[in-house]
Design a protein around this ligand. Structure first.
Ligand SMILES: [Fe+2]
Ligand SMILES: [Fe+2]
Length: 252
């Protein structure tokens, strides 16, 4: 686990403050923590889907991606379906996702993102299983400030937009991984095991986003990475009235 976390901790500009961990382990925050975690898993899948639909895949593949995520979105945003109905879905794509001819980014972006979507949907399903077993009633909750706080700095001309979004993706994945590791020892055995089991894939997601950003840029982007690292740390270290999975220091 140490080798897994070392590059993550090195990449992030700060570690999660103890005050956030103290709030996260409180039983009164368990429903928010798990619900927000579940929604974050879907958002991670949606972000990856959005990226390849926007930049890489042909129309037919884009439609297949939309159809793949639709039942999960239906559950989260319209409360249609349940753990049982989602468990009947095959977690996969029936067709191969192909790059469109004019896409300069190609199959590597697609392959990494399709695997990421598969894994995030599996995580989503695992959190829903825990929520259902614990008799937690699902209610949609508002998004925290974190992702918005990063995305607002994304440049609005290409290819910088894509590169910035990939860098943001790397930070979100890295922070999630760091928080799972930090929280795990303070939770009940089931959640501890679950969070530890997520580390490996989230660490790879961070690495995939970073590698793609570097490949697509084709030049040194360390200053841009540094910039988003500072923005990210600011969101983690400043006071935040709203408790969420990626929130800042809880206001006392
Ligand atoms: Fe995940
Ligand atoms: Fe992830």
């Amino acid at each position: 686990m140490k080798e897994l976390l070392a590059p993550i901790n090195n990449f992030l500009h700060c570690s999660t403050p103890d005050e956030w961990v103290d709030a996260a382990v409180k039983s009164e925050n368990r429903t928010v923590l798990l619900t927000d975690h579940m929604i974050c898993e879907l958002k991670a899948a949606q972000t990856a889907m959005w990226l390849i639909r926007r930049y890489a895949v042909d129309k037919e593949s884009g439609d297949a991606l939309l159809a793949w995520l639709a039942p999960y979105e239906d559950f989260i945003y319209r409360k249609n379906g349940s753990f049982e109905s989602l468990s009947k879905l095959k977690n996969g794509l029936s067709k191969q996702i192909k790059a469109r001819e004019d896409s300069p980014y190609g199959q590597d972006l697609i392959d990494k993102m399709v695997l990421l979507i598969k894994e995030e949907l599996h995580h989503f399903y695992q959190v829903l299983e825990i929520i259902t077993a614990r008799d937690i009633k699902y209610d949609n909750i508002s998004a925290g400030r974190y992702a918005k706080g990063l995305i607002k700095h994304v440049k609005n001309h290409e290819p910088d937009t894509l590169i910035d979004k990939l860098i943001c993706g790397a930070y979100i994945e890295a922070r999630s991984c760091e928080r799972f590791a930090k929280l795990a020892p303070h939770l009940d055995t089931e959640l501890e095991k679950f969070y530890i089991s997520l580390l490996r894939s989230e660490a790879r997601h961070y690495q995939d986003y970073l590698t793609l950003a570097e490949q697509i840029a084709g030049q040194d982007i360390s200053q841009r990475i540094e910039f988003f690292g500072q923005v990210e740390a600011e969101l983690i270290l400043s006071t935040d009235k709203d408790f969420k999975f990626h929130s800042g220091v809880p206001a006392s």
